[in-house]
Design a protein around this ligand. Sequence first.
Ligand code: TMP
Length: 236
Amino acid sequence: MKKDLLYEGKAKKVFTTQQPDQLILSYKNDATAFNGKKKAIFEGKGRYNNLISAELFQHLAAKGVPSHFIRAINETEQLVERTTIIPIEVVVRNLATGSIVKRLGFKEKTPFSPPLIEFFYKEDALDDPLINEQHALLLTDAAENELEQIKSYALKVNDVLKTFFATIGLNLVDFKLEFGRKQTGELVLADEISPDTCRLWDVDSGARMDKDVFRQGTGDLMIVYDHILQRLEAAK
Ligand code: TMP
């Protein structure tokens, strides 16, 4: 089924398949933070992120948010539709934490209502800088109506996932999305949605249940990811 390695990123490998419009994403056990400056390998991480991301994309599809996801093909790999990724990291924030606290001085846990959307230019050499919409139009081939569509999907994803995570005792604090264009030109959600790309706080204890455990070195990341998968599976 897998043909050639098309691309290797920090957390996934991308393979071509016999079908020109389908790719295989293979989730790695590597974890990085601070634009690759902190690195580690966690046995089982690829499996957790593959299975968690699959659950979340399926839930989003059922709620009318289209993505590149087709199906998980094994524990660490998923089949997706081929897209051309728009090099913008779209961050949605419900509460202030992380880079926005450092960058702009918001007090920790300041609520954002409506949720705050930020665009970052996906360019490792520049450390993924924050950009505005005019920058996005100049730096990428995204059109104005596509940026509008991206913002509208981002808010829909937030509504759907915030509600869903609340049912399993998790507060969706913020997350990062990427979008891609299918061969047909259709804009869809792409990449992954996992505890690597979301901040999830336990509703009861406030415990961090995401990659911040690795970024801040505060505990065992795989125990945390296992809890997330178990809660998702129990909710099925
Ligand atoms: P930030 O507070 O560091 O800007 O992160 C915002 C959200 O985006 C958080 O849920 C983590 C996620 N994120 C990624 O998925 N990839 C990244 O490279 C960064 C910097 C953040």
